[in-house]
Ligand binder design. Structure first.
Ligand code: HSE
Length: 427
């Protein structure tokens, strides 16, 4: 009998228990192992409605490690108590399944190595993109070749907000309020809209795909706070949608990993990932391109990913090679510094409507070897004298773009800052 201890009994914890109880017979039949939930721990367990005669309840989370559970399912989140719980569980030779992206992205190098040393299983399918089986796919189906790049829309909150700004013509604040009302965004939405959630997730995927230590501390992170409705409209006119995207790419001995808003050509399938949906595109040297699409969050979707790890654990435990699924960093690859990365850019600026202003901008860009692929000059906004100028450049190194923008912003007839957004290029 495999005994499971569930730590954290919020939305995902409750969905997980419901899922296991509903599918217990099927899991047992397919894995050839009896499983049961023997204990549930939550700091405010007294307030939770679920009661069962066969399951023990406690508000002392760390005490679960003193029980006879074989597997700890960590659904608490964060890196404080969750870290203490998982570390001590592994040291007690217990296996761990977690949905905690912060834990794996920030403490995963240590915990995965510890798990390997102790021959315990550690599963974290639910930590990235909810129900999309991207971790299992990378670890198993795609293990036999080299991954070239990963790109994903992996934060549902950002995707929902940008989609509402585009399809419903809402302003940023209104779209954020609606994400909060629907329970997609937290009361403090910084973690999602600031890009940190997506950064955790792409770090975890990079660890597996490129067999490197977590790059989280060093990756370039931009959120969606600077996206204005006018950028959505101008991008649309030029044939693009704006999405929040996370990318990672292996260039010989270097890894490029970044999280930022981007213009995506409407012909690209990633531009069609709308609402709170997630998608991850993987390019391998043999399988070519693959796209996985699905629900990236929510109790049932996340719980389903946790259950997939329970099944994986049951299969491994019979072989007594519990850590076969661990991805331990075997390569020490440096990250490309953001200033050295290449991209096409969307630039939007305001100028006084005087002769020569456009010529000054284009000659400054030319001096930095930046050419313009598209340019539009719009009517002044209502009640404003300034004209908006929008450009798409060719692919240039970021440091040259930064230095050109500094020059443009210092021109007499340019007012305010240049808004710069990368253009996603997936070749
Ligand atoms: N807050 C995340 C999102 C879901 O908006 O995608 C959990 O990872």
């Amino acid at each position: 009998m495999i005994k499971i201890g569930v730590c954290g009994f919020g939305t995902v914890g409750q969905s997980f228990v419901d899922h296991v109880l509903a599918y217990q017979d099927k899991i047992i039949e397919n894995c050839g192992r009896e499983i049961c939930i023997s204990i549930i721990a939550d700091r405010s367990i007294e307030k939770k409605k679920f009661k069962s005669e066969s399951i023990q309840f406690t508000s002392d989370i760390l005490s679960v490690n003193n029980s006879d559970c074989d597997v700890i399912v960590e659904l608490i989140g964060g890196t404080d108590i969750a870290y203490d719980l998982v570390k001590s569980a592994i040291l007690k030779k217990k296996s761990v399944i977690t949905a905690n992206k912060a834990l794996i992205a920030e403490k995963g190098d240590e915990l995965l190595a510890l798990s390997k040393e102790n021959n315990t299983y550690i599963g974290y399918e639910a930590s990235v993109a909810g129900a999309i089986p991207i971790i299992n796919t990378l670890k198993h189906n795609m293990l036999n070749e080299s991954i070239i790049s990963l790109s994903g829309i992996i934060n549902g909150t950002c995707n929902y907000i940008l989609d509402q700004m585009s399809s419903e013509r809402k302003g940023f604040k209104e779209a954020l309020n609606s994400a909060q009302e629907l329970g997609y965004a937290e009361a403090d939405p910084t973690f999602d809209i600031g890009g940190f959630d997506a950064a955790h997730k792409i770090s975890i995927l990079s660890m597996i795909a490129f067999e490197i230590p977590s790059p989280y501390e060093n990756i370039h992170i931009e959120g969606i706070e600077s996206i204005d409705s006018m950028d959505i409209d101008y991008a649309n006119e030029l044939g693009y949608k704006i999405k929040h995207i996370a990318t990672a790419r292996s260039n010989n001995s270097l890894i490029e990993c970044k999280v930022h808003p981007a213009l995506i050509n409407k012909k690209n399938i990633l531009s069609k990932i709308d609402g709170v949906m997630n998608a991850v595109r993987t390019v391998g040297d043999k399988f070519g391109t693959s796209l996985l699409y699905g629900h990236g969050a929510g109790g049932a979707a996340t719980a389903s990913a946790v259950v997939s790890n329970i099944i994986d654990y049951c299969i491994h435990v019979d072989r007594n090679v519990k850590n076969i699924s661990n991805s331990i960093a075997v390569h020490r690859k440096d990250l490309v510094t953001i200033e050295d990365t290449f991209n096409q850019y969307y630039l939007r600026m305001f100028a006084n409507d005087v002769p020569g202003v456009m010529a000054n901008i284009t000659s400054t860009l030319a001096k930095h070897k930046i050419s313009i692929e598209a340019v539009t000059q719009h009517e002044p906004l209502e009640n404003e004298k300034l004209i908006p100028i929008v450009m798409i450049t060719n692919s240039v190194v970021f440091k040259d773009m930064l230095s050109a923008i500094k020059k443009i912003e210092s021109m007499d007839n340019i007012v305010g800052k240049v808004n710069l957004i990368r253009v996603f290029n997936d070749d």
